[in-house]
Write a protein that binds this ligand. Structure first.
Ligand SMILES: Nc1nc2c(c(=O)[nH]1)N[C@H]1C(S)=C(S)[C@@H](COP(=O)(O)OP(=O)(O)OC[C@H]3O[C@@H](n4cnc5c(=O)[nH]c(N)nc54)[C@H](O)[C@@H]3O)O[C@H]1N2
Ligand SMILES: Nc1nc2c(c(=O)[nH]1)N[C@H]1C(S)=C(S)[C@@H](COP(=O)(O)OP(=O)(O)OC[C@H]3O[C@@H](n4cnc5c(=O)[nH]c(N)nc54)[C@H](O)[C@@H]3O)O[C@H]1N2
Ligand code: SF4
Ligand SMILES: [Mo]
Length: 721
């Protein structure tokens, strides 16, 4: 206690020309607590310090977090709207001229109206992202349905959290990324972590992982690469990419065979056990090892450790989710917690490492093609009725369910969709099968892009609208625990940039839909409408007022009213959200990857992140320190494989798949399987690994199979470059 007080006082030390604005990092789902330092003479952000008093991250930040403040007053900021005046330069940064907001809005309203008059309401689409606050995500959903009246809205979470969401909905009937607070996880006895490079992607979770081991507990890691956490794990299951379903079934087989099931829990609180037991019978260690490439001994050891642990947490991330069987992978690993009853109590449970800053909240309130605020379903007439009443529109005005993110591009290619309002996403780097996606963007009749930097996607736009960074507006996000937190404004928007919610209100007015939006004059107005819109949905935020968030260090949803303090632990009453109150143990047959290696493409290509860059890299590639630390992508190759191809460290090679090619410098490392190569994905143009990825979609979540496809390396004739 004394120590906490000491640090609190240090943080509040008075600087004569500075004030500190309490907020959270702009990037990942950890949403680390930070104070932005603001010069009180210039009213500009000049630096940052970590917040020791934030319970989730207690003074920790990563290299992206400590430099995040450099985004705000960066020279590359877009200061005024831009209008394309040379169509022949589409796909480049050139051919734009500066314009006033009035001119930009008038042009957008004219073009959008023309397209809808000629080709119908659904000829327009909205593609958004979840680096935005809950309030902005909510309003974007309303903007698409009420201002544009189109059914075609989807967002980048489809490439991120959709399989986790689908798996949780199937297993539990509810989708909150973590069933327990992060402040619990270091107190568990076993962490089973699959497909997460925690040390690079959620670095400020790491001290909790090591703490489990320091307290005598165990860490089991499933990853084709020896990541930093795999290196320190008690067991590293070095899996062949794309075979997690077999591994999860193999572990389940052992948990059941060796008597680690909690029969009472299974009988009283779950369905599907018998069917699943039958299915996993064939997944003996031998058979599992054959499919996954992991030693039998290690599989047995992992099952023993997890089975014996009094408390355990199963965790996973995009490594298992970004597959065309991502939802099955999530439910299959979740089965481990359900058969052993290690869920619905403190220190035990299931959690996914939510990716983007607001990856949790942003998926709950209507940016997804089939969802409305409060996690209501657009296919449920009752839900539609509630939301229509709230918005004041008639039920036949509410568009139907649209399609998923990648499918939007397919409809654009078919000219069913002709216009796009893109905000907070950079699909020209981040979408799979990029040769197709870029061509599609190029051929749109009219495209608007809202961003604060000129992204690779903005290069295709007809109008670019300058938005603000996270530090120039206020609102809430929901971190990876399901904790709603407050982002505070530290300085006024630079140049003429505006928050997205304000652009949408002003555009709605131009589109003749002002009466549904004009009352929203401040971020707080949007927040109050948003909370009320979520009321009664299962992701109920109504009771999570800004005041309560401040008082309680965040509020876990659901939080229904003033008195409700929120819900840090899910299912403490052993009530799941399916109509019978039970969870579902899922029998999931093993399926191969969409594209298995063959003679022509003998390698498995996977990809992901490095600690220094964030997603498409549009933000972090501009920060000098981060750019210096990782200026370009590379390809990780095992020494045996390098020998086979006669390639050496730092040599440039051609990597290619059935969809495309790219050239990367080789990084020879034993920390990868010999049958697998890995490339970080944060780079644009000809360096994008997505030129090579496959757009095979999960049948439930419509998540593309980013993480696995068949590839080949070609040694170039050139000398070392
Ligand atoms: N530094 C940094 N941190 C980030 C982000 C970032 O861009 N940079 N992005 C944020 C976002 S939005 C997200 S979604 C998260 C992502 O966080 P993670 O999911 O942890 O990151 P990835 O690097 O995509 O993939 C994780 C691991 O999956 C492994 N993997 C690949 N294929 C398979 C497989 O078939 N099975 C298994 N078991 N593992 C496999 C990879 O080797 C990799 O180590 O990170 C968040 N944090
Ligand atoms: N090959 C491969 N591809 C992947 C992945 C992978 O692992 N491998 N991961 C996938 C995952 S998990 C994700 S999350 C996606 C992410 O893919 P993207 O959606 O492309 O992610 P970002 O780079 O965050 O793009 C956000 C853009 O919006 C801008 N921006 C940030 N905040 C705001 C705001 O408040 N308003 C506006 N208007 N703009 C803003 C940023 O400058 C940036 O240009 O990529 C996916 N693609
Ligand atoms: S761990 Fe995530 S939230 Fe924390 S400082 Fe790094 S990028 Fe920001
Ligand atoms: Mo993500």
């Amino acid at each position: 206690m004394q120590r906490d007080k000491f640090f609190k006082e240090i943080e509040n030390v008075y600087h004569p020309n500075e004030k500190l604005i309490k907020t959270h990092c702009s990037y990942c789902g950890m949403q680390c607590g930070m104070n932005l330092r603001v010069n009180t003479s210039t009213n500009k952000i000049i630096g940052v310090e970590p917040r020791y008093d934030w319970p989730v991250t207690v003074g920790k930040m990563c290299p992206k977090g400590v430099t995040a403040y450099q985004q705000t007053n960066h020279d590359d900021r877009l200061l005024k709207p831009l209008i394309r005046d040379d169509a022949s330069l589409k796909g480049t940064t050139k051919g734009f001229r500066e314009a006033s907001w009035d001119e930009a809005y008038d042009l957008i309203a004219k073009k959008f109206t023309e397209l809808q008059e000629n080709y119908g309401k659904d000829s327009l689409s909205v593609f958004s992202g979840v680096s935005m606050t809950n309030e902005k995500c909510y309003l974007t959903g309303k903007f698409a349905r009420v201002a544009l009246g189109t059914k075609y809205i989807d967002y980048n979470g489809r490439f991120c959290m959709s399989s986790a969401a689908g798996g949780f909905l199937r297993s539990f009937g509810v989708d909150r990324g973590s069933t327990l607070p992060w402040t619990d996880i270091h107190e568990t006895d076993c962490l089973f972590i699959a497909g997460s490079n925690t040390a690079e992607c959620h670095p400020t979770s790491i001290f909790r992982l090591w703490n489990v081991q320091e307290r005598g507990g165990y860490i089991i890691v499933v990853d084709p690469r020896e990541t930093p956490i795999a290196r320190r794990a008690d067991v590293h299951l070095d899996i062949r990419p794309g075979t997690d379903l077999a591994l999860a079934n193999g572990i389940l087989h052992l948990l059941i065979e060796n008597g680690y099931t909690d029969e009472q829990f299974v009988n009283n609180h779950t369905n599907g056990f018998e069917e699943t037991r039958e299915l996993v019978k064939e997944f003996t260690p031998e058979y599992t090892s054959e499919i996954t490439g992991v030693d039998q001994e290690k599989i047995i050891q992992a099952a023993e450790i997890y089975g014996k642990a009094p408390n355990a947490v199963v965790m996973f991330a995009r490594g298992i989710e970004q597959q065309h069987k991502g939802v099955d992978n999530v439910s299959a690993y979740t089965n481990m917690a359900l058969v052993t009853g290690k869920i619905g109590r403190p220190k035990s449970g299931v959690a996914t490492f939510t990716g983007q800053g607001n990856g949790q909240g942003g998926r709950e309130h209507g940016q997804k093609s089939d969802l409305l605020p409060g996690y209501r379903k657009i296919t449920n007439p009752e839900h539609v009725k509630e939301v229509c009443q709230f918005w004041g529109i008639s039920e036949d005005e509410m568009p139907k369910a649209g399609v998923s993110a990648y499918e939007l591009f397919e409809l654009m290619a078919k000219k069913e969709i002709r216009g796009l309002y893109l905000l907070c996403s950079n699909p020209a780097v981040s979408a799979p099968n990029l040769n197709f996606v870029r061509e599609t963007l190029k051929n749109l009749d009219f495209m608007v892009c809202a961003d604060f930097y000129l992204s690779e996607s903005a290069e295709f736009a007809d109008v670019i609208l300058p938005s603000v960074t996270w530090s120039e507006d206020e609102g809430t996000t929901t971190n990876l625990e399901g904790r709603i937190i407050k982002i505070n404004k530290a300085q006024e928007p630079v140049g003429e940039s505006k928050p997205d919610w304000q652009m949408q209100v002003e555009l709605a007015e131009r589109l003749g839909r002002g009466k549904y939006f004009s009352h929203l004059k401040t971020a707080r107005d949007v927040a109050d409408e948003f909370r009320a819109a979520s009321k009664g949905g299962y992701a109920d935020y109504y009771g999570a007022t800004w005041e309560k968030i401040e008082k309680q260090d965040g509020v876990f949803w659901p939080c229904k009213d003033e008195e409700d303090e929120g819900t840090p632990h899910m299912f403490l009453d052993k009530k799941f959200y399916h109509s019978d109150g039970k969870a579902k143990i899922c029998a999931l047959p093993y399926r191969k990857s969409a594209e298995e290696p063959d003679e022509t493409y003998p390698l498995r290509m996977t990809n992901g992140r490095v600690v220094y860059h964030y997603l498409s890299g549009n933000q972090t590639r501009r920060i000098p320190f981060l750019r210096d630390m990782c200026p370009e992508p590379f390809i990780e190759v095992h020494p045996q494989t390098a020998e086979k191809y006669k390639i050496s460290h730092e040599e440039e090679v051609r990597l290619y798949t059935r969809r495309g090619e790219a050239f990367y410098k080789v990084k020879i490392t034993e920390a990868i399987r010999p049958d697998t190569v890995f490339v970080p994905y944060h780079f644009g143009h000809e360096k994008s690994i997505n030129l090579l990825t496959i757009a095979a979609l999960d049948p439930m979540s419509r998540m593309p199979e980013f993480k696995v496809c068949a590839a080949q390396i070609e040694k170039l004739d050139r000398e070392k470059v």
